[in-house]
Design a protein around this ligand. Structure first.
Ligand code: AMP
Ligand code: MG
Length: 354
């Protein structure tokens, strides 16, 4: 009995020591490891690219000399997309040449070919509500020159609009074997997808940099979230109130990589004789889209798709826009002229109204 009691006491003491010792060792390990693992370094920058504000917040683990200029490299990469490929106003870009040599087949870069292919897919699926061969109409409305508080704007004549529409209805873009041909009288304008395409470029850049643990990048109305925050919390993306662009109507709570694009009538507009004209044109009427929408937000994995679809859904309105979003398996949120919100079921799990 005594022997048994001794064993029992020894076992209790052993258990107590283990009970005290183990947690202490674990605590020391945690403190030690916590001391070793450095918090990611944060880099921030604000630039003007593609005629809009370009904001970056990037988290880098094990920062070194190579990562010091990471925001500068990303800005340069996006600027090059604009100045080498997409801008139709900069002499020397691919699009500038394609437009200048309308009527002729031209070899283009793989990147531009891929962008145009995706645009043509969205054009077909949207019944032509989205159409990057809208360049002559954009010029006719002089959208690029619109400025706040602009006076003396005169909307284009009906017959001039009709001439643009005739070409757009009769002709279409030819795209094959790495070549493009814009019919004469037609011009390409990639204003509706430039920022989304930029986010896709940034996404590729980040994927090739394993030191980047997380990032949030915004180019105007398009935002990319990537990886995770150092504290493990979710990314929060504010959705602008289209009735007062200094305010937000709600927040998207996102985990990992997403692209969010918003198209709204508040982004670019001009007023004349009590009438307000915004920058999203209906390619069937040749006039600013009259779909009773104030803004559309798309949530997708792909930048170009989210940007193209926000423009397309704005033109289509709630009913047809919802169908288009479902077709591409993306989430959409509409705000109509009455301030009502409509969204896909999937969007409800990310969006919180404020
Ligand atoms: P977003 O702000 O992304 O909706 O793009 C609007 C810009 O795309 C305009 O400033 C025009 O340059 C161009 N655009 C306007 N309407 C359309 C349309 N229906 N399809 C394609 N591009 C358009
Ligand atoms: Mg767009």
């Amino acid at each position: 009995m005594k022997k048994y009691l001794k064993k029992f006491v020894e076992a209790r003491v052993r258990n107590m020591v283990a009970g005290l010792f183990l947690p202490a060792v674990l605590l020391m390990l945690c403190v030690f490891c916590g001391g070793c693992s450095k918090q990611p370094q944060e880099y921030r920058s604000v630039d003007t690219v593609m005629g809009t504000i370009f904001r970056q917040q990037i988290f880098v683990t094990e920062s070194n000399e190579a990562t010091e200029n990471i925001t500068g490299e990303i800005t340069a990469c996006v600027r090059a997309l604009e100045t080498d490929h997409l801008s139709r106003r900069i002499d020397g870009t691919e699009i500038f040449h394609v437009n200048a040599l309308a009527g002729q087949k031209q070899k283009i870069s793989g990147e531009l070919f891929h962008i145009l292919e995706q645009c043509e897919t969205v054009k077909a699926a949207s019944g032509g509500a989205f159409d990057v061969s809208i360049g002559t109409l954009v010029s006719l409305w002089d959208i690029d020159a619109w400025a706040k508080e602009q006076e003396g704007f005169v909307p284009p004549q009906e017959d001039a609009i009709a001439t643009c529409l005739e070409v757009m209805e009769a002709e279409s873009l030819w795209l094959q074997d790495g070549m493009v041909c814009v019919p004469e009288g037609m011009q390409l304008d990639l204003g509706a997808v430039g920022k989304g395409a930029a986010l896709d470029r940034v996404k590729l850049f980040l994927e090739e940099n394993p030191r980047v643990s997380g990032a949030v990048i915004s180019a105007g109305g398009s935002i990319l979230t990537y990886g995770s925050k150092p504290d493990g919390s979710h990314w929060k993306v504010a959705i602008v109130d289209p009735f007062d662009s200094a305010q937000t109507i709600g927040i998207l709570t996102l985990d990992g990589q997403w692209c969010v694009s918003t198209s709204g009538d508040y982004e670019r507009y001009v007023e004349a004789e009590g009438e307000r004209y915004h920058h999203i044109l209906d390619p069937h009427s040749g006039r600013p889209a009259d779909s009773h929408i104030k803004s559309v937000t798309i949530l997708a994995k792909d930048g170009l798709l989210s940007d193209a679809l926000s423009t397309a859904c704005f033109v289509l309105g709630v009913e047809k826009g919802m169908k288009l979003a479902e077709y591409f398996q993306v989430e959409v949120l509409f705000v109509n002229e009455a301030g009502e919100l409509f969204m896909t079921e999937g969007m409800q799990q990310y969006f919180r109204k404020l």
